[in-house]
Design a binder for this molecule. Structure first.
Ligand code: NAP
Length: 333
């Protein structure tokens, strides 16, 4: 079968190639999915660049892409909750061949049924970004109705879902974006939009319960200026906290170095009796099923910026890597 493969660490133009590889064989707990659509995330080009090699080395050639929507063509002996012919979506595990391929294997526990009311393209736009929004806002921040949440980069793949999920949870949502995307985030339900090209968000928001930091850098530390006493700062791009360092299995010395790097953040959190968490999203079928249900009920709508053909996947990654996507970039197979 054809698959887009990473051939080495490097940039998008020189380190990717379409290859003919063997169709995956599945274990007893997995499904084989014929891919109808996939979507891409900054994670994909960051892995390619080698951003995560300190945590996890990969051997080449290695597949790329984690999000899939498609049709089940085989099931493992222990799989009881899916059958051949089901339409499904998944954020597949990192050890598996990527989703920019004709077929992918997925653990059944990482997979959810695709509602008929949404297309394969819409379904493929959900997994990684949707689970990130879910795990950040629901699992970690425990965002409640009536609370104020600041979501950075509301027009991005994660942000467009996070705004809608936070509104569904009953929160007051403020978000940052640039001038061309102001109308988009308003339509998604944002109550307060801060155009970062024209205004300093630090002057516009204060006493917020939660900051969902998708930006990292100075945004992480600055989050403590806008939260109230006892607030929560949840980041997907900030300094690694000790919980994540332990989850990643890092040794004591590396954990010590990381805790020194995060010292200003820890101190800022302590001053406000606030919570700080940096997390890496994880595959989760039941959470994906809850998200898919929200799309089925139109509580969340897929925001698809661009759709590319399978053979245009490298161009799709180049576009995404510019950092200007409005919602998700999907690939139709
Ligand atoms: N830790 C994890 O598990 C995890 C999971 C998912 C994502 N992430 C990370 O989270 C980040 C966001 O992911 P994504 O999928 O949403 O990326 P994305 O779709 O590529 O984000 C693009 C969006 O970012 C906005 N943006 C860029 N600079 C901005 C700024 N200074 N202020 C406000 N908005 C800005 C852009 O809007 P404008 O054009 O208007 O600037 C654009 O709409 C990435 O770095 C990704 O790697 C981490």
């Amino acid at each position: 079968m054809q698959a887009l493969m990473m051939t080495k660490y490097g940039d998008i133009t020189s380190s990717l190639a379409f290859q003919n590889i063997t169709k995956p064989t599945i274990s007893t707990t997995q499904l084989l999915i014929e891919v109808h659509a996939s979507s891409i995330n900054p994670f994909d080009y960051k892995v390619l660049k080698g951003d995560f090699k300190a945590f996890k080395k990969i051997t080449f050639p290695h597949g790329i892409g984690r999000d899939v929507s498609g049709v089940v063509t085989e099931i493992g002996d222990e799989v009881t909750n899916f059958k051949v012919g089901d339409t499904v979506l998944s954020r597949i595990g990192e050890q598996l061949v990527g989703t920019i391929a004709q077929y992918v294997a997925s653990e059944a526990k990482h997979t959810a049924l695709k509602p008929d009311q949404i297309t394969h393209q819409e379904a493929a736009s959900i997994p990684l970004a949707g689970l990130t929004a879910w795990q950040g806002l629901v699992t970690i921040a425990n965002l409640k109705a009536g609370e104020k949440v600041l979501i950075h980069a509301g027009s991005g793949g994660v942000g467009t879902i996070a705004i809608q999920l936070a509104k569904h949870l009953g929160a007051f949502v403020a978000t940052t974006t640039s001038t061309p995307n102001v109308d988009l985030v308003k339509k998604l339900g944002a109550d307060q939009v801060i155009d970062y090209k024209k205004e300093d968000y630090l002057q516009q928001v204060n006493s917020f319960g939660v900051v969902f930091d998708t930006m990292g850098g100075e945004h992480t530390l600055d989050a403590f200026k806008v939260i109230k006493e006892g607030g929560r700062v949840v980041s997907v791009n900030g300094e690694v906290d000790d919980i994540l360092a332990r989850e990643l299995g890092l040794n004591f010395i590396i954990r010590k170095i990381l805790s020194l790097k995060a010292k200003k953040i820890t101190q800022a959190a302590a001053k406000k009796t606030a919570m700080y968490r940096m997390f890496m999203m994880s595959s989760n079928g039941p959470q994906l099923a809850e998200l898919a249900d929200l799309y089925m009920q139109n509580k969340i709508q897929a925001v698809i910026d661009r759709s590319y053909g399978f053979t245009e996947s490298i161009e799709a990654l180049e576009y995404l890597s510019k950092g200007r996507a409005k919602g998700k970039v999907v690939i139709t197979h």
